[in-house]
Design a protein around this ligand. Structure first.
Ligand code: ATR
Length: 330
């Protein structure tokens, strides 16, 4: 039986969401061989039955497969779920190479395509996945605002945006969420973004809060379907160095009586009260462990011990390849 999970309110909305969500991407693509639909649906239902109602997907995960899988998993129970999906990364099936689009006509088409795949007539939280530097953000948000007026989306979010873009977007239509990578090993949002989201009443949704498994038990392999084998910080000397930081953090987890993955989730949740992480997992056992992590509180002393390790040991290697950085911090 899992621990009970507390609820929060999504920024600038009345939507109630669990204090951690479920990142569904890895069920379709990027982290090695995809799970079967049967297993994926079981995981989604297990999450729902154990208090997680916040499900994160995107049109590009598995080229539409992930949204269809979520629809299948939630069949008959859609109303109990808060579905977040995203548009804006345009890729050919199976290709990582991408272009970014925030053109109004593209936004509308992408929304209709996602609604069809999700088998629903509304999306709870619709994100710009990456910012299109060639289209004024006001135009992109303007079209999303019209979709909201039409009842097709309930709330608007943006992912990996710069502070300037966040302010401009929020001025057109109140934003509900900013989703960016954030973990003990990826602290970029601490510069300006975290404070700004709090100031504007926007929820901050960290993806990869377990650093894509670097803060658990992921290991390099020759599996080309596992994106991490191609990311700079997961390779060669950088991986060895970064793993040694994870090992130091694991000692704190052991002393706390939890796993390093759980410590990672407790740490992101401890940074601000508007933070709602969306760890990804393909396994019910790990899902239960993540649900339990939402109730773990770190003391000031434990947070200081973590800080000591992180400030003395800098992470090596970029978090994405150049291609993956398109539309980040724009
Ligand atoms: P993302 O948001 O990109 O999915 P993440 O949440 O930081 O990234 O990490 C996901 C990785 O952590 C996955 O490899 C997942 O492996 P499983 O699918 O095997 O679970 C792993 N992971 C997630 N929760 C975990 C847990 N509680 N213990 C160990 N590993 C976990």
């Amino acid at each position: 039986m899992s621990a009970k999970i507390s609820m929060k309110t999504l920024g600038n909305s009345e939507i109630k969401i669990s204090s951690i969500g479920l990142g569904c991407m890895g069920l379709s693509e990027f982290y090695g061989e995809a799970t079967s639909d049967k297993q994926g649906c079981e995981l989604i239902l297990h999450a729902l039955d154990n208090g997680i109602n916040f499900f994160d997907t995107a049109d590009m995960y598995g080229n539409g497969h992930n949204e269809k899988l979520l629809a299948k998993g939630l069949k008959g129970r859609r109303e109990e779920a808060v579905i977040a999906t995203k548009f804006g990364i345009v890729r050919e099936k199976g290709e990582y190479a991408r272009t970014i689009s925030g053109k109004p006509e593209y936004v509308r088409k992408a929304c209709h395509d996602s609604l069809r795949r999700l088998g629903t007539d509304y999306i709870d939280l619709y994100y710009i996945h990456r910012v299109d530097g060639d289209t004024p953000i006001e135009d992109t948000i303007g079209e999303m605002s019209r979709l909201a007026d039409e009842g097709k989306i309930r709330a608007i979010g943006i992912s990996e945006a710069s502070a300037e873009t966040l302010r401009k977007a929020h001025a057109v239509h109140p934003l509900s969420a900013l989703q960016s990578e954030y973990s003990m090993l990826t602290r970029d949002p601490e510069g300006e973004i975290l404070g700004l989201t709090r100031e504007l009443g926007i929820s901050f949704v960290p993806y990869s809060p377990i650093c894509r498994g670097l803060l658990s038990n992921w290991k390099p392999s020759s599996d080309n379907d596992d994106l991490r084998n191609n990311l700079p910080r997961f390779q060669g000397d950088s991986y060895t160095r970064n793993k040694s930081i994870a090992d130091k953090l694991a000692v704190i987890a052991t002393n706390k009586g939890c796993s390093l993955a759980q410590l990672s989730l407790a740490w992101v949740c401890a940074q601000r009260d508007n933070i709602i992480p969306i760890p990804g997992t393909t396994k019910i056992k790990n899902l239960d462990s993540n649900i339990a992590a939402a109730s773990i509180t770190l003391s000031a002393e434990e947070l200081a011990d973590i800080e000591k390790i992180l400030s003395a040991n800098k992470v090596r290697g970029n978090r994405y390849t150049e291609e993956g950085m398109k539309g980040v911090n724009v």
